[in-house]
Design a binder for this molecule. Structure first.
Ligand code: 16G
Length: 237
């Protein structure tokens, strides 16, 4: 491979493969051993080249699954003052909103759901738990609980929860939201396609009908590397 440190030569070869489109965003790299064989260098050299590319954000290493060409993350700028749904937010940006279902059904409520939704003994909740995806990129895990009186059949929710609530005259008009920082646990990080311990935003939303009745109690985990929540501030008296 000519003169100069071998690992830098190898690094350049990987970068060239990316530039030429032989490797594209999200592609897995061959194993360390295969690269060593292909490039006729030692595994130590491969490791050094890979570490160098990881340091510069060109590759990402995911524990247990390998090394990948990193994908540039499009950040979502989300206004904090408007009560909108995920589907509406993504559609407005021209992105394709999708969900991967984690749970959908009616259950006996947890004490937390009973308190947040103001349920009486014997009442049930509809749980809608999804990985929310935009243009194939997982952005958030949302766990929504709705009183089964307002949403008796959770299977009606195919794409948008708010669209179904609206169709039944239960579209929320006001909400309280709490956002706090968290480090993502391994199973949540895996769903979101990031590393365990990466930054996440924990969001709790309680939304209300015009009458003041609670419609939705939702706990979400948003990817910290993909969201900016923005708000307009005015001087207070
Ligand atoms: C948003 C809401 C979530 C709501 C969902 C409905 C936040 C933090 N969360 O993602 O509470 O359940 O929209 O979306 O903004 P959908 O109508 O697309 O199902």
């Amino acid at each position: 491979m000519g003169s100069g440190p071998l690992y830098l030569k190898l690094r350049n070869r990987v970068e060239k493969a990316i530039d030429e489109g032989l490797l594209t965003d999200g592609d897995a790299l061959p194993s360390e051993r295969d690269i060593a064989e292909l490039a006729d260098v030692s595994r130590v050299t491969v490791r050094k080249a890979v570490q160098d590319l990881v340091k510069d954000g060109i590759l990402v290493q995911r524990h247990g699954s390998g090394t990948f060409v990193s994908k540039p993350v499009a950040r979502v700028e989300q206004p904090l003052s408007r009560l909108t749904s995920f589907t509406e937010d993504m559609t407005r940006r021209g992105w394709h909103a999708q969900s991967r279902w984690l749970t959908r059904g009616r259950f006996a409520p947890s004490p937390e759901e009973m308190v947040s939704l103001g349920l009486a003994p014997g009442d049930e909740v509809s749980r809608i738990e999804r990985l929310r995806i935009a243009d194939a990129m997982p952005l958030a895990i949302e766990r929504a609980s709705i009183s089964a009186q307002l949403l008796p059949d959770p299977d009606l929710v195919d794409v948008s929860l708010y669209a179904v609530l609206e169709a039944h005259g239960h579209r929320p008009v006001r909400a309280l939201q709490r956002i706090s920082a968290t480090n993502l646990r391994a199973e949540d990080a895996e769903l979101l396609g990031v590393e365990a311990g990466d930054a996440g935003l924990r969001i709790e939303r309680i939304s209300y009908l015009e009458s003041g009745r609670v419609v939705e109690f939702t706990r979400s985990l948003y990817r910290g590397d993909a969201y900016d929540f923005v708000a307009e501030l005015t001087i207070g008296k």
